[in-house]
Design a protein around this ligand. Sequence first.
Ligand code: HEM
Length: 92
Amino acid sequence: VPPRLIKITPTQLKKQNGRKGMNAWGTYQGKVYNLTPYLKYHPGGVGELLRGAGKVGEAERLFVEIHPWVNWEAMLSECLVGILVSGDNIKA
Ligand code: HEM
């Protein structure tokens, strides 16, 4: 686990949709991961992975729907960025 996890609001997450030079962030079990370094390795392709970027709960929903046997946390532990929080008035 990275030493400092930041708190991430839905508004912050929305910007990280993988477009316009932004990273692609995806949520899984309340945690936010940077999917960008994994994009080129994803067996399902970049476009598929980006479908879940920047949207609360969407990466997890698609991930579980398509390949529930894949171990997200083990594969992307290095890509953990922070914890998703509900409000938008919380300082990171
Ligand atoms: C394979 C979609 C997220 C790891 C695939 C395939 C699709 C897909 C369609 C099948 C490719 C094929 O067999 O032709 C998605 C979507 C995601 C997502 C829509 C989220 C928006 C992830 C994440 C990881 C991941 C976050 C890693 C933590 C893999 C792996 C395979 C795979 C390992 C190969 C699985 C196997 O063949 O058993 N994905 N994926 N995917 N994806 Fe994803």
